[in-house]
Design a protein around this ligand. Structure first.
Ligand SMILES: Nc1ncnc2c1ncn2[C@@H]1O[C@H](COP(=O)(O)OP(=O)(O)OP(=O)(O)O)[C@@H](O)[C@H]1O
Ligand SMILES: [Mg+2]
Length: 296
């Protein structure tokens, strides 16, 4: 994977050894989380050049971009084996999030928030029930389709950023495009546009360890959006930031989501962060306890 993952990077970046970044994230793990593939699978770099936008790619495949909800959970139960018994992380959860929504998922620790995001990302599979993303039921997809689904339609933002310590800001942001086979020049140009949008144009050649936590998270947000996904899933993106940086990050997620027509699902413990969303879904014991639209 290491050799493959380096294709498309600058000669300088290729020469840098892959190593642990300052925040304890292994580069290979960060790469997998940034652009989730089947755990353990080598990352496939298609040689064929892909049309530029998601809409253009859909046209190229001869179908319109679906008008289905961005995310739909239908009676989803997720159980984990634990010793002799099981833990039920999600319990017959039913939920629909229309396109363009900025939704916050709240709930106390262990209520199932990360499990919900992992199922939506296709990183994990439900024990029972159906998970639909962008009009496609994930269990119906072949392994290749699921890999493409995760790579092309979903962007992830994590509490610990998961940036690759050996790459610059712009290379980190370009990574999903490079993995998707976009030529380097085009990928970097598109990454630079996103880097500008998150206010980091003056740091585009910096490496992650030179950045503040807020700046790292801005980089991760740019990376989550650069390939025009249908859905951005953010798991506690402000958990490592102070109040001021947190507010700025949540506002950025909301603003960029709206500007790019992307559905954003934000998991948070922060009431202030949740208040910025247009819808707040509270989980308890793997079920929806409350589902509130902003202003109600
Ligand atoms: N891989 C796993 N194996 C066993 N149990 C798990 C696993 N992942 C999650 N769980 C359990 O499932 C339940 C829900 O976990 P989840 O991580 O979704 O909670 P959460 O709401 O994200 O919590 P937090 O706010 O602490 O991040 C918890 O009881 C947790 O211990
Ligand atoms: Mg969690």
């Amino acid at each position: 994977m290491r050799v493959l993952a380096r294709r498309g990077l600058s000669r300088q970046a290729r020469r840098r050894p892959l190593r642990r970044s300052g925040r304890g994230d292994c580069d290979a793990r960060a790469l997998r989380l940034a652009c989730p593939h089947d755990p353990g699978d080598p990352i496939a770099f298609p040689r064929r050049r892909r049309p530029e936008s998601r809409r253009a790619r859909a046209r190229a495949r001869g179908r319109r971009v679906s008008a289905a909800p961005a995310l739909r959970f239908a009676g989803v139960t997720k159980e984990y084996a634990l010793g002799e018994g099981t833990i039920r992380a999600l319990d017959a959860l039913t939920l629909e999030i229309p396109r363009g929504t900025f939704a916050a998922i709240v709930g106390r620790s262990g209520s199932g928030k990360s499990t919900l995001l992992n199922l939506a990302a296709g990183i994990d599979v439900p024990t029972r029930g159906e998970v639909w993303v962008d009009g496609r039921e994930l269990s119906q997809l072949s392994d290749d389709e699921l890999t493409r689904q995760r790579r092309d339609r979903v962007g992830m933002v994590y509490q610990f950023f998961n940036l690759l310590g050996t790459l610059s800001v712009r290379e980190n942001v370009a990574l999903p495009l490079l993995l998707g086979g976009t030529p380097r020049r085009e990928a970097i140009a598109r990454a630079d546009r996103l880097v500008d949008e998150v206010g980091l144009s003056h740091r585009r050649d910096s490496r992650p360890h030179m950045l503040s936590g807020g700046e790292m998270q801005r980089t991760a947000i740019a990376r989550a959006l650069v390939h025009e996904p249908a859905l951005v899933l953010a798991d506690e993106p402000t958990g490592n930031l102070d109040t001021r940086a947190s507010e700025a990050i949540v506002k950025l997620l909301g603003d960029l989501g709206a500007a790019h027509g992307v559905t954003v699902v934000l998991v948070t413990h922060s009431r202030e962060a949740a208040a910025a969303a247009s819808r707040v879904i509270e989980l308890r014991d793997g079920r929806v306890l409350a589902d509130t639209a902003a202003g109600t």
